[in-house]
Design a binder for this molecule. Sequence first.
Ligand code: F6P
Length: 341
Amino acid sequence: MRIGVLTGGGDCPGLNAVIRAIVRKGSGDHGHEFVGYRDGWRGVLEGESRPLGVPEVRGILPRGGTILGSSRTNPFKQDGGAEAVSGTLEGDGVEALIAIGGEDTLGVATRLGQEGVRVVGVPKTIDNDLGATDYTFGFDTAVNIAMEAVDRLHTTAESHHRVLIVEVMGRHAGWIALHAGIAGGANVILIPEVDFDIERVCDYIERRFEQEYAPILVVAEGAKPEGGIPEAKDAPTDAFGHARLGGLAHWLEGEIEGRTGREARATVLGHVQRGGTPTAFDRVLATRFGLAAIDAADAGEWGKMTALRGTEIELVDLSEATAELKTVPEHFYRGAEVFFG
Ligand code: F6P
């Protein structure tokens, strides 16, 4: 069988490990051939692909990013998009697709699957917010990068008696902030799931200074104060309607300085969290997902997604995986609050 592979949405350490596992097992054990579509759904829409065989995947296991490229193109935002996708697949002699992506890319895969395209999904996002899987690869790498940043910021915060605010990714879910904050010993963690009271945050800051330490705040980009931030409204949006986030840490700088008189400085980690080499955990998880995805395609398990359940890789319905985001449960956040202040 000739199978198309694509990576869509924000890139993520471990994508190349998935591609490698699909191609190595698919060619070696099952005798399939592969076409690599460039830049997610854009490549399928516009018929842009590259060869994808064993030679092309040699040496890519530790490399961050994706050799296929990625984009946030949404075929359903374009007139005749779904027909163009089918046209490309037919023209290339591609009988099935393996789509590696997050909620948006897999949402498109779900719809195309319902319209008859033979598709298998692999979950990907540093945000770890996809339903139906316990973890997504890329998350562990992002958390470790953020934790290292927090570790480093502690010493400089102490030297200057400053409040340091670290903004991490996490649009709808605070998994990175919570894990990096707990692992790095942050004094306050703010996540999108729980609106924060700025007065309370300032109390934690004062308490920390009273103990002669300097506070570190870890904040998810999607966290909001009670009542919201007025300036955030006109941010540009992508093809899936998501506003570009970033800037909460700078807003907090001003609020904290104004309310406490303490010097506050922001560090926005941004895309550093998505770059570079994946951790061992992410390489192994990504490899297991790739192996399971090609087995699923070989067995004709269309409309399914690979998922980590406990310690096992299972197949779940794509529609189940994309139905609801997995957010941080309140009890988990309340546990972390023990260490605030
Ligand atoms: O979807 C994952 C994510 O990392 C979000 O946390 C973040 O808001 C977004 O990507 C940023 O994406 P982009 O690089 O397209 O601005």
